[in-house]
Design a protein around this ligand. Sequence first.
Ligand code: PGD
Length: 764
Amino acid sequence: MAHWGMFRASASGGEITEVHPEAGDASPSQVLGNVPGSVRHRSRITGPAVRRGWLENGPGPSEKRGSDDYVAVSWDELTDLLAAELRRVVDRYGNESIYGGSYGWASAGRFHHAQSQVHRFLNCIGGYTRSVNSYSTGATSVVMPHVLGAHWQMFSRSTSWDVIADNTDLLVAFGGVPVKNTSVNHGGTSNHPTEGALNALRARGGKIVTVSPLRDDMTGSATWLAPIPGSDVAVMLGLAHVLVTEGRHDTGFLDTYCTGYEKFERYLLGAVDGVAKSAAWAAQRSGLREDEIVALARDMSSRRTLVTVTWSLQRIKNGEQAPWMGLTLAAMLGQIGIPGGGFGHGYGSMNEPGLAPVPYPLPTLPQGHNPVATFIPVAAISEMLLNPGALFEYNGDTSVYPDIKLVHWAGGNPFHHHQDLGRLRRALTRPDTIVVHDPYWTPMAKHADIVVPSTTSLERSDISCTRNDPLLVAMQPAVPRFADSRDDYDTFAAVAEKMGCAQEFTEGRTSGEWIRHLYRQWQGYLRNSGVDTPSFDDFWRDGSVAMNTEDRLTLFEDYRRDPVKNALRTPSGRIEIFSEVIDGFGYEDCAGHPAWFEPTEWLGGERAEMFPLHLIANQPRTRLHSQLDHGATSQASKVQGREPIRMHSSAASARGIADGDVVRVFNDRGACLAGVVVDDGMLARVVQLSTGAWYDPVDAADTASMCKHGNPNVLTPDVGASSLSQGCTGQHVLVQIERYDEELPPITAFDPPQVIDRVRTPLV
Ligand code: PGD
């Protein structure tokens, strides 16, 4: 099982040669094509290594990170060095000075889940500074608990695809429903039903309106409205204005199930600032026609309508507003809690929304207790490392950035997920020590002092399951461990042994014993709930257990049925269109109700005079984030070895650029090369470059160097969504593009650094 689906692998000589998707999968992911050849790829880390400068000079800030050589060490040396360094940092600076936020998707599998392993280990040695929220839903996860009293439940208990297919008459999808993103699901997935459900809706006579600058954010027939990127909230306000002024809003629903609508309505009608957020006002900001907005609002109020908002719409400055306003629009239509109507968030952002949840807890490795209270919002990593002691706002509180001496990372790639990579590189010069566990020489591993070679999930046993999939799967190794790599669990167990907390970390179990233990614990829980499951041995032999799921859910059906008994977990128990709590924080960049904030990176602002193209840095179609970028599917999409950038023919020809050319994409933060694919399925001034090409600087010693491979995060702004959430804003950025006529530098992203073997080449 992988995040991108369930498969069987054929192997030979320690390498995967073929993969065969699960028979029941309606639409297997093309990302599977990256798996063959991935185990023994040259970018694998073959054994433990330590950065030469760190080994020679000891821990300390260093500008050599990212361009230094490495020295191969034995496992015994590596675990000695790691244990001693952790002890030094804890004794001298305290556990708060270890940053263990360690964000990232790692691999499917409940036991070997890298984040769970590193957090459990760090808790055994006294804790660490943690991170909160995610890069996926940074703004949503903070605003929605105030507004709806829920966050992830919105996805895991979302209206199921079959209910939408059978009942929705009009699907209005802000951000579309990009089927490419549904190929992945955190923790795995055994089926991909999205495309089938959209087709079934159409076959029933249902209509789809996709609101996105990119046509292919919706596959198949749909009405395409292409607003200027970042203007969705204006469009939603314009729609809401039509509903109110034409008396089409459901006052009964707003009175019974919501609070604060009146305050929002005053803002909407212009009573607060003298500006009515009319369809004409929205048209000016979005570039859509006024009559299109009016017609859509009328259509929405006369049919069973589902309003959906993708997660990408909140990965932008003031990202809280799009989901909050989408919910408000749906509340005004009064169909929340009715099958096929209402609101959805995240359809097409990951496979989970729309899939049926499992009604009981799943096996999980306990992470223990972290006694350190210090935390940062996850996307504030550079800010924290560059500004120890500085104050920051988050969700109504003011906190202080800790002084981090050691960064311990397992299962994530900040050079994939973080913004403004030049700034990140400057930030990574600051700590005394950076430890990275990864199977591959990712750019993050190349910035580490202590490099821990991990196995991949293809080399180990595990259990996989996820909250919206019926299968609990026995993950059996397809190949032996690669070279001198180890499971992260075994590494942590060895370091724990040297630090005197082995029993606490392992509880006396090997990884095999843990997997059996977690299964049996789960079995016991289910038995108490009256559910029978096969023995562990039968499960392991058969390969999977089918679990019950809660089918045909409608989000908030229970709340609609009985708003008192099933009150929401908000202060009012209702949907908070106006939140007294958020209002009370007094933030200038997040008011008490959803509102329009002019984006900083958008075509309607002054910055567009300097950088006139709007780049959408969205999720890739050919891989999961940066994982297996060297795989066949990902590589087949590259243009002259560079990440493809899609451009409208008018924007390309105005710059003397043709399909297949390599271009330099730049702004005042940085530059990267990319290979052009001309595509008129987008607004003329929009370009699209997916995330995930491994960062590949022309000059590794220069933190401001151009990336010759096409990582858009050299361009994106490193600013939080707002004082409320500080969420990631990496989806949107203004750029300029020019043809690159110089000799093309070779791609070196997948080449390992120089690793010195002291036996053959003694250090001088
Ligand atoms: P991955 O490439 O999945 O990216 O960011 P994330 O860091 O999750 O990184 C996972 C790493 O884990 C890989 O290096 C892989 O090799 C390693 N790994 C896999 N298995 C194991 C294991 O068993 N042990 C260890 N130790 N390592 C393992 C994703 C993040 O990027 C996300 S979720 C989102 S939604 C964001 N989206 C955007 C965006 O829309 N736009 C921009 N510009 N930037 C984004 N960044 C964010």
